[in-house]
Design a protein around this ligand. Structure first.
Ligand code: BGC
Length: 784
């Protein structure tokens, strides 16, 4: 500790202050640099003081934190646990600065699809495809590249922490923020979020993994209590977060708004202290979601949440102070929070001077903007999912020159804060697709490319007018459709739904409207009458009903909200310049009512603030596969312009004790180059615990394979990977019996099966036994 108290002569210190004309933390920082990292004593005004006060320490590194905490007044401590605005206009928030102790302000900005500043801030960044689209790529390397690009932009703007990845589970197709999250599966979510974390943090800036946990709906998100069994929490809703903590060590975590089995997440000591910190070893800082502490600083500190964002109000602060003074709240709890906050500060680019803030800056640096726009364009096709492609309607044949394009009108139920209203409406989706989601995931893009422009860039002629030259949309007449069909070589219909924070979907977001159904019918009839093909592009952020109309069109391409380069990326895919290689990260059900959560979303028992997670562990494909409910398109599904063969399935042993290696080959057996995303599922035997029919345990993505080329995959699986959570012993167990590895191109298209045995029960991990006591009748294979 001694080295933090190096004292300069007062004349030297005054000289520095005079020459710099600055004070406080800046003076202290300059002084440090003059003396090789050692520190001087300063008072509030930055002036060196007498012998007794010469011992005021300042923050220089992690080792200096205890001394700094000791030097803090109670008021300063209480100030530091509340956010205090950002240094960059338009960023979501920042921390409190204490210049006399060398503690600078940090800035946090959203979010998961690119760095976000409020739309009035006039700061543009790269708009990447939405997270569901990135996860549909099943490509971890791509995710890393995209998040590295986001991390570079974060640093470029002088922001310290990007508020993502967001990895709540797609519990129900109506979840309003599903677009911002990765998947219905915790492994896919966790792996993608871990790559996001590594990519960002490798640039020297932090992430905030959010929303921990179970923020799976927007309806009453601030007040809803979710009743979830510990098994479903551990296996489904927490498992992705666990993976990120263990694989990628996120600097911060954001607790969610909702409560889980009683307490709000920000006040939930089991969730934050027992699970996150103790079971998983998280050693970073926890912040609330914006307003998530409910201004109850005492409950927040008791719950293990360090920082209240965007602030802790005067009443909240006074209550913490009073509780410490009267002994009802231990000061150590406050000190622990301060320590976690300061640990973040010393890692931050602001503290390390890796970045500076120039608030006049309106765009990321030109070279970064160009590189990242290219990456955004290349990333989108990897996540686009080809749902149908009859008679090879796609890619466009060589004779296609004129492309008829038409789309629907749609205005989002909630636009989301900070999003310009223009980004929340389409009046003809084909010329105004939704490029991204809204709310805190909205990015003010450096530029945008809509479909007509993309087609032109690709050498095509977009045709979207009727005989009188007016732009057509879902109100087109049969005559307009016939005119289009005559005057173009192929028809493209864009059906769009916006996605945003603040509202859940409903049947109108899932079902096509009457007008949309008519649009699809009229256009298909007109093109088919003249022997031309029709493609539907689904510009959506969550599952959409295709069953009522899919037979009338030739191809269906799920483009998602593909980012600011949408028009170029779509043209790349339609033309065949890029081969779509996405697979569904969530099941597309036949009907909304098929979803296992249907009856308990967004509330239960007529109580708007209660949700019973009765489907338990049977979320998404775990449900459809176990209970034999046929979806429209299953989890992991996605076609390609080429075909792939799977072969040479091998296990290195047929008995699992510690690690087992699964090997197989994927060969491009078609005639075009492409990428494939193979998936490994396990079918575990029932024992003391019942098991879903299949569970994803590993996945990969080939490099681009030319026809005839192959790639070998080796997946290593250890007991924890295939263990189930046993509430009665608070442990992860692998029960004895015969297991199957199923390797496939989707969750139903299984190409190879390998059996292995577990001779005796294996306890893979024991966790703390403070779990919630949940009284809930849950779905079971045995009591249907
Ligand atoms: C959202 C968070 C976001 C925060 C700051 C909240 O409304 O739930 O995801 O990071 O705002 O913008």
């Amino acid at each position: 500790m001694k080295s933090y108290y190096k004292v300069l002569s007062s004349s030297m210190f005054s000289l520095i202050l005079l020459s710099s004309g600055i004070s406080g933390v800046q003076a202290a920082e300059q002084t440090q640099s003059q003396v090789n990292g050692s520190v001087v004593a300063i008072d509030n005004s930055g002036v060196q003081t007498g012998a007794a006060q010469e011992q005021t320490p300042i923050l220089v590194d992690q080792a200096s934190i205890p001394a700094v905490i000791q030097a803090m007044t109670l008021d300063e401590k209480v100030d530091l646990i509340g956010g205090a605005g950002a240094s960059v206009t338009g960023a979501a928030g920042g921390t409190f600065a204490i210049p006399r102790l060398g503690i600078p302000k940090l800035t946090f900005a959203d979010g998961p699809a690119g760095l976000r500043f409020g739309s009035t801030a006039n700061k543009s960044t790269t708009g990447f495809p939405i997270p569901s689209a990135l996860s549909a790529s099943f490509n971890k390397e791509l995710m890393y590249q995209v998040s590295s690009a986001m991390g570079k932009e974060t640093l470029d703007y002088g922001v310290d922490v990007i508020l993502g990845p967001a990895l709540n589970i797609h519990r129900d197709p109506r979840g309003g923020r599903n677009f911002e999250y990765y998947s219905e599966d915790p492994l896919l979510s966790g792996e993608m979020a871990a790559e996001f974390t590594k990519g960002v943090q490798d640039q020297g800036v932090g992430v905030s993994m959010k929303h921990y946990a179970a923020n799976n709906q927007e309806t009453n998100r601030q007040s809803v209590n979710e009743v979830i069994s510990e098994r479903a929490l551990r296996e489904i809703y927490l498992a992705g977060f666990e993976r990120v903590v263990k694989e990628a060590n996120p600097w911060t975590v954001m607790s969610s708004y909702n409560s889980i089995n009683g307490p709000f997440s920000a006040h939930n000591s089991w969730l934050l202290n027992d699970v996150l910190r103790s079971d998983w070893g998280f050693n970073g800082m926890v912040m609330t979601d914006w307003g998530g502490s409910k201004q109850n600083g005492i409950a927040m500190l008791n719950g293990g949440n360090d920082l209240s964002m965007p602030s802790l109000n005067a009443v909240g602060k006074a209550a913490v102070k009073a509780a410490i003074l009267d002994g009802t709240l231990q000061e150590e709890k406050l000190d622990t929070a301060i320590e976690n906050i300061l640990n973040l500060v010393v890692k931050s680019p602001t503290f390390k001077k890796l970045s500076t803030v120039d608030d006049a800056k309106q765009s990321v640096s030109a070279d970064l903007a160009a590189t990242n726009a290219k990456l955004s364009r290349e990333a989108a096709p990897e996540g686009m999912v080809l749902l149908k492609n009859e008679n090879k309607a796609l890619p466009f044949s060589g004779t296609v020159k004129k492309v008829g394009i038409v789309g629907n009108s749609y205005t989002m139920p909630s636009c989301g804060f900070g999003t310009p209203a223009s980004a929340c409406t389409t009046d003809n989706a084909a010329s105004k697709m939704f490029l991204m989601g809204t709310g805190s995931a909205y990015v003010t893009p450096t530029h945008t490319v809509q479909l007509p422009e993309g087609l032109k860039n690709g050498g095509y002629i977009p045709v979207n007018t009727n005989a009188s030259g007016a732009e057509i949309n879902e109100n087109l007449t049969a005559k307009d459709a016939a005119y289009m069909a005559q005057n173009s070589d192929i028809g493209v219909i864009v059906i769009a739904r916006g996605s945003g924070e603040g509202a859940d979907g409903n049947s109108t977001t899932f079902e096509p409207s009457e007008k949309e159904s008519e649009l699809i019918k009229k256009v298909s009839d007109a093109y088919h009458a003249v022997n031309k093909k029709v493609v539907v592009v689904l510009n959506v952020g969550a599952p959409f009903n295709t069953v009522s109309w899919r037979d009338s069109v030739d191809s269906i391409l799920l483009s998602w909200q593909p980012g600011m380069e949408a028009g170029n990326a779509l043209t790349d895919v339609l033309s065949g310049k890029a081969n779509p290689s996405g697979k569904l990260p969530a099941t597309f059900p036949v009907k909304l009512v098929d979803s296992p959560s249907y009856a308990n979303f967004p509330s239960s028992d007529g109580n708007p603030n209660l949700v019973n997670y009765k489907e338990d562990i049977y979320v998404g494909y775990r449900y459809y596969s176990t209970f034999n409910v046929k979806p429209a398109y299953e989890f992991g599904y996605g076609l390609s312009y080429t075909t792939f063969d799977y072969s040479d399935f091998k296990l290195n042993k047929d008995n699992l004790s510690n690690k087992i290696k699964v090997q197989f080959k994927v060969t491009n057996s078609g005639s075009l180059a492409g990428k494939e995303a193979p998936q490994l599922y396990v079918s575990a035997p029932d024992g003391k615990l019942e098991k879903p029919a299949i569970e994803l345990k590993a996945f990969g993505k080939t490099r681009e394979l030319k026809p005839g080329q192959k790639e070998t995959f080796n997946f290593f699986i250890d007991p924890k990977d295939i263990a189930s959570f046993d509430e009665s012993t608070s442990s992860w167990i692998v029960e004895k019996g015969t297991y199957q590895f199923k390797i496939g191109a989707s969750s139903s298209d299984i190409r190879g099966t390998l059996n292995f045995k577990v001779d005796k029960d294996i306890i893979a991990e024991v966790v703390n036994d403070n779990g919630p006591d949940v009284q809930l009748e849950t779905l079971s294979k045995y009591n249907q």
